[in-house]
Design a protein around this ligand. Structure first.
Ligand SMILES: Nc1ncnc2c1ncn2[C@@H]1O[C@H](COP(=O)(O)OP(=O)(O)O)[C@@H](O)[C@H]1O
Ligand SMILES: [Mg+2]
Length: 256
């Protein structure tokens, strides 16, 4: 007789992680806002009970805790997600994916400047040794979908994006999408810059999210105000800024 099988499949939250070697391309901005939109669609079981867990968790493995700083600024009203900051502590996220109350975990990662210059080109990754590298490896192992932000025209983000894909994601077979962020749709009326960025992805065989995230001052000012897109004050710009993240979150759900 075959061994008795547990009929309940083991619960596993899906993990969406933002990776990009270089800082400044939009990992934290996009991470927080994807989590906010998913959170709006997945409220806690009892929204009136502040202790009722949210099915969406935003997680930061960043030693600087930029997510925490942002979240602390949020006024008394509840954030649409729970958040955890591991500060490099291992095992927490591995446990969290098994938590039956959690459906999605959106992870913000730090850039990784401390790469091992000796790492072979065919090594599994160039992250080297140390607590930050181990924290990155833990989240790489857990990730269901990696998003790599890149900024049109800002070519300084392009090589590090390629490096991120070639040295971290592809060797591990992690599903990834490039995320075109901070696109200045106001000046790029003909969409030439956008097209150039998309072509850059296509030339390398990198699939990209069809929804680009446009550049808005609202996003740049959000961290100091502790706001996420779902809390932006009503205006035409806020609507457009939100629209980008609603579409992105929908597409992300279709990929995991
Ligand atoms: N779509 C956007 N529109 C306007 N400003 C943006 C946008 N995305 C990112 N920024 C700004 O760019 C800077 C870097 O973004 P951030 O999310 O902190 O990048 P990372 O986490 O990858 O270092 C921040 O000042 C942020 O407010
Ligand atoms: Mg960041």
């Amino acid at each position: 007789m075959p061994p008795a099988q547990n009929s309940e499949p083991e619960h596993r939250a899906k993990v969406i992680t933002f990776f990009q070697q270089k800082g400044g391309a939009g990992k934290s901005t996009c991470g927080i806002n994807v989590a906010a939109v998913l959170g709006e669609n997945n409220p806690p079981a009892d929204p009136d009970d502040p202790d009722s867990p949210c099915p969406i968790v935003a997680a930061g493995i960043d030693l600087q805790g930029s997510l925490e700083k942002w979240a602390r600024k949020v006024p008394s009203q509840r954030l649409p997600f729970d958040y955890v900051v591991t500060r490099g502590k291992l095992g927490e996220l591995t446990d969290l994916v098994k938590d039956p109350a959690v459906r999605r975990i959106v992870v913000d990662t730090p850039g990784f400047a401390d790469i091992d210059p000796e790492a072979d080109l065919d090594a599994i990754d160039p992250l080297g040794k140390g607590p930050a590298a181990e924290a990155m490896r833990e989240i790489l192992d857990l990730t269901d979908l990696a998003l790599v932000p890149i900024v049109p025209v800002e070519t300084l983000t392009h090589d590090p994006a390629e490096y991120t894909v070639e040295r971290l994601l592809r060797p591990r077979g992690i599903k990834f999408r490039m995320l075109i962020n901070n696109w200045d749709s106001g000046t790029d009326r003909t969409k030439a810059d956008l097209k150039e960025m998309q072509d850059w992805c296509t030339e390398r065989g990198y699939p990209y999210m069809s929804q680009a995230i446009r550049r808005y001052k609202l996003h740049a000012k959000a961290p100091e105000k502790g706001l996420t897109v779902i809390q932006y004050p009503e205006s035409g710009t806020a609507l457009r800024a939100r629209e980008d993240f609603y579409k992105l979150a929908l597409a992300v759900e279709g990929l995991i």
